[in-house]
Design a protein around this ligand. Structure first.
Ligand SMILES: [Cu+2]
Length: 122
């Protein structure tokens, strides 16, 4: 009968609500899904960025997570004044990309030989 299905559906909804985003232990859990188009996420580790190619719109946010044991920065070459964020180990920082459209090299100021990438701003 219909009521059994309704009960089952209700139980599923309750379970989903109870679970919520609990599996995401703190951090910046709001960006799951990647569908918003309002920003991208990059992870800085010892000693590389992942991914090394980013693409955002001007004014968007890049969320930088430091998974390493050393401090790293997210810095855009030629625009160090606008985009230069130091991220301590275990921390996450939202970096607003306030530069004109173009293709830029980004890098870590502390490890510029190892930690580099390409940021495309549209
Ligand atoms: Cu670094």
């Amino acid at each position: 009968m219909g009521w059994r299905k309704m009960l089952a559906a209700g139980a599923v909804i309750v379970a989903m609500v109870a679970t919520g985003c609990g599996g995401d232990d703190g951090g910046n859990g709001g960006d799951t899904g990647d569908g918003g188009g309002s920003g991208v996420t990059v992870t800085a580790a010892d000693f590389s960025f992942d991914p090394t190619e980013l693409s955002v719109s001007s004014g968007d946010t890049v969320t930088v997570t430091n998974d390493g044991a050393a401090s790293h920065t997210f810095t855009i070459e030629e625009h160090e004044d606008a985009v230069d964020e130091e991220v301590a180990p275990g921390d996450t920082a939202d970096v607003t990309i306030d530069v004109p459209a173009g293709e830029y090299e980004f890098y870590c100021e502390f490890h510029p030989d190892q930690m580099t990438g390409t940021l495309t701003v549209s």
